[in-house]
Design a protein around this ligand. Structure first.
Ligand code: ADP
Ligand code: MG
Length: 698
């Protein structure tokens, strides 16, 4: 008997050319791969329709009746065969455009048939190329109640590997293997969750006996898939904590205490305090910290980062803070040097535009150990940048950095430094669990007190005059305004033109000397950008016209109005980021989403969601539903989401369940050595051996 690792070439019905197609088109190399070709959907073959029940938009239907008339119809574009099909409630037409002769000869008039197919309506109902079966044969044949529809590609269809052919192959496979499949889950899980056996599940996913068994099969296989992914992620986390020693920061030293007591510019929020505690626990243990800090825009992550840095310095380690843009790095630098100006620590800034002389100083001080905190951009990752004793690396706004870059930071010391990743793009819990199951997660879910919720509205371009009038009022009150234009890589030229046109028209409506305007865009030199930013930060200009370069992190508390032009062109998380630039002071802030009248349904949903809520997590959930997980995280990280049967969005509840069970089991038996977990360990290793079954995080 053939095992599941048998090459697909050996399966009955698979010749060399089919084998080739299956490999290339569907990635099916073994019997196991074919088993894991899960149907996209099912046709319900338990339901029979009467002709008078058909609806114009009906999909596949199954009807019992007789063919009472058969004729060839000549057409300009060739012949077609038309049969009149009748049941006791009415008639419809069956139509064939190909293979008419063979069909005509095989059809029997006035005997009961079962007809199955997709029903069209055009001046009456018709079914093109239906499946036909004599009622007597239909009754005699063993069939599943629901018929699987498998994923396909154009090439497969063209080469005759139809759905029927795939069903046939699957039947052959079940015959050859005896349709018995080794159990992969433990008896405990099966009993507790009332799961059907692996064999039953695999059978019913391909040949469902009824809707209930299909649902059970789907549940069991989805659970299994998600469970083993979670098991792997959690095991990875446990093993990292065992294997990778961290630098224990056991001192809560002078700097931290001094800062906390005498220099903290405000009372920390409860959430900030909790998160600092979580971080301190990590740093005090012997394991390396690998923590994701999620907090909505404006929730105050910077101060948490700074206090973590102070802990590192207190323990005689160096620290680094990396930001995705020069503007943001510079702003962090200014903000942090201001906060620590009375503490005796050495902080420097390293970006792409740092002068050579300054770089030399930085390199030297880093290697000597006299530089305590290096703030900067990707420039920090360069090999020339060597630390004497890097103990902590903080990455701000994670979504701009890839996994590879994170890994580079690890290598800046003989032991990997503690890593804190901060993101303001909240990742839905479901996604975070799948992608970052190997990171610990802290969440700041509370905004500093006194913040007024930003009011968001959607306005059409035709209302621009009113928007400008409102803007004038705000400026009169002493507030500042951002106007943002989209920047999309592919059409940079066009975007630049939009921005410049906009700038000109705003300059006309808001003339000097009453109004001063800053402009910042990607084509400017960093020094010029910085100059313009500073003018705005200092309040010398009231209006900032910019592309999305200001998206991340920029902090000007006096700015109370954000106007986003062509906002239908932005993604949800980007809109939310932009909106987060206002609402940072004590004043009521506004976000105005400008669009033309032409909006796609998806764009409408995005705008409505923005108007409805300020909650970044809620937005992230909507975003996930709109765009799917791959898109949300960038292709780089979407590999893990290459799920065979589960859907990270729709099967959220199963994911949660799987994670809970995985944690529970590993807590009790971290190495899976208990008898009752043996089968889990075995399956886990099997999956590891045959990596093509599932993909994993690098
Ligand atoms: P983000 O999480 O977006 O990086 P920041 O760290 O830039 O947020 O903080 C946003 C603003 O809120 C800053 O002006 C900061 O000084 C202020 N802030 C942070 N924490 C508090 C707090 N506990 N109370 C009052 N203001 C705070
Ligand atoms: Mg920030």
């Amino acid at each position: 008997m053939n095992t599941l690792q048998t090459p697909i070439d050996y399966l009955k019905g698979v010749g060399p050319s089919r084998a080739d197609l299956l490999k290339k088109e569907l990635g099916i190399f073994t019997y196991q791969d074919l088993i894991n070709l899960f149907p996209n959907r099912y046709l319900d073959k338990t339901k029979y329709y009467k002709i008078n029940q058909l609806q114009r938009n009906a999909s596949e239907v199954q009807i019992v009746g007789k063919i009472i008339n058969l004729k060839m119809v000549e057409q300009k574009r060739g012949k077609r065969l038309v049969a009149t099909f009748q049941d006791e409630t009415g008639t419809l037409e069956l139509v064939w455009f190909r293979g008419q002769k063979w069909i005509k000869d095989s059809i029997k008039l006035n005997v009961p048939y079962v007809v199955f197919g997709k029903c069209n309506w055009f001046n009456g109902f018709s079914i093109p190329h239906p499946d036909l079966e004599l009622l007597t044969e239909h009754k005699a044949s063993i069939r599943s109640a629901m018929q699987a529809i498998y994923p396909s590609t154009e090439k497969l269809t063209n080469k005759g590997v139809s759905n029927k052919a795939k069903i046939k192959l699957m039947q052959n496979l079940f015959q050859e293997t005896g349709a018995k499949f080794q159990e992969t889950l433990s008896p405990l899980l099966i009993n507790e969750l009332k799961l059907i056996s692996k064999t039953e599940a695999v059978f019913n996913i391909h040949f469902p006996k009824n809707a209930e068994l299909l649902a059970k099969a789907q549940f069991r296989l989805k659970f299994e898939e998600l469970f083993f992914i979670q098991l792997q992620l959690i095991l990875k986390n446990i093993s990292r904590k065992h294997k990778i020693k961290g630098f224990p920061f056991d001192q809560v030293g002078e700097l931290f205490t001094e800062f906390y007591k005498n220099h903290l510019p405000f009372e920390l929020t409860g959430a900030q305090k909790r998160v600092i505690k979580e971080i301190r626990n990590d740093l005090g243990s012997n394991a390396q910290m690998n923590r994701l800090l999620q907090g909505d825009v404006g929730s105050g992550k910077t101060i948490v980062a700074l206090m973590t840095v102070l802990l590192a310095i207190d323990n005689d380690f160096q620290a680094t803070l990396m930001a995705p843009t020069e503007i943001l790095a510079t702003q962090h630098y200014h903000g942090i040097t201001e906060l620590v100006k009375d503490l005796n620590i050495n902080v420097r800034l390293l970006t792409g535009s740092t002068k050579t002389a300054q770089r030399r100083i930085i390199h030297q001080e880093l290697e000597e150990g006299s530089l305590h905190l290096l703030i900067g951009t990707h420039a920090i990752l360069e090999d020339k940048v060597k630390f004497k004793n890097l103990g902590l690396a903080i990455i701000d706004e994670q979504h701009r950095f890839g996994v590879a870059q994170r890994a580079k930071l690890w290598k800046k010391n003989s032991f990997p430094p503690h890593i804190l990743v901060m993101t303001a793009t909240p990742i839905p819990r479901t996604l975070a669990m799948s992608l970052y199951g190997d990171l610990d997660i802290s969440i700041i879910d509370e905004l500093p007190p006194g913040r007024k919720a930003i009011k968001t509205v959607h306005r059409y371009d035709s209302n621009r005059l009113k928007v400008f009038a409102f803007m004038r009022d705000e400026i009169k009150k002493g507030r500042q305004v951002y106007i943002v234009y989209p920047l999309i890589q592919e059409s940079e030229q066009l975007d630049y033109k939009d921005l410049m046109d906009g700038f000109e028209s705003i300059s006309r409506d808001f003339p000097k000397p009453d109004y001063q305007i800053s402009i910042v865009h990607g084509k400017m030199k960093p020094a010029d950008k910085e100059f313009e930013m500073q003018r705005f930060i200092k309040g010398e200009t009231q209006i900032m016209v910019a592309t999305t370069v200001i998206e991340v992190g920029v902090n000007v508390p006096n700015a109370s109005m954000m106007i986003i032009e062509s906002s239908e062109r932005f993604g949800l998380s980007q809109l939310h980021q932009l909106r987060g630039r206002v609402g940072r002071g004590a004043e009521q802030s506004f976000c105005i989403l400008m669009t033309s009248y032409k909006l796609s349904t998806e764009a409408k949903t995005r705008l409505e969601t923005m108007v409805r809520t300020n909650d970044g997590f809620e937005l992230a959930e909507v975003d996930l539903k709109l765009r799917g997980p791959g898109d949300l995280m960038g292709t780089q990280q979407s590999g893990v989401l290459n799920l065979k049967i589960a859907d990270i969005v729709k099967d959220n509840d199963i994911l949660q369940l799987a994670r809970n069970y995985a944690m529970h089991i590993l807590k009790d038996d971290p190495s899976l050595i208990k008898e009752e977990n043996k089968v889990l360990k075995y399956t886990y290793h099997q999956i590891g051996k045959h990596k093509n079954i599932w993909n994993y995080i690098s």
